[in-house]
Design a protein around this ligand. Structure first.
Ligand SMILES: [Zn+2]
Length: 94
């Protein structure tokens, strides 16, 4: 089970981020933000450290386009044999 940035980096995982700022119900109608980006693992490890838990990552990210703190992450394993484990955890962590 990969739980930290260091483990994910070593194993060759990919992490994609997308903005979680969907359509809002509110006084103002806000356009949905479609920002999406594949994060650079090496930069993440360099800035957060190898022991940083993957589960905490989304709480430290903000959308560069709209500033939303609701950034969703998708973790892609290095090979498809692990796909079942990912599905069990949910491919997106809020
Ligand atoms: Zn956004």
């Amino acid at each position: 089970m990969v739980e930290t940035l260091g483990e994910a980096y070593t194993d060759g995982w990919k992490i994609s981020a997308r903005c979680g700022w969907g359509r809002r119900d509110g006084l103002k109608s806000v356009r949905e933000c479609l920002w999406k980006y594949e994060l650079d693992m090496m930069t993440l490890v360099a800035t957060r450290g190898r022991d940083f838990p993957l589960a905490m990552l989304s709480t430290r990210l903000r959308c560069p386009r709209c500033g939303s703190r609701r950034v969703m992450l998708a973790f892609t394993p290095p090979d498809k044999r692990n796909a079942g484990a990912i599905a069990a955890r949910g491919s997106f962590l809020a």
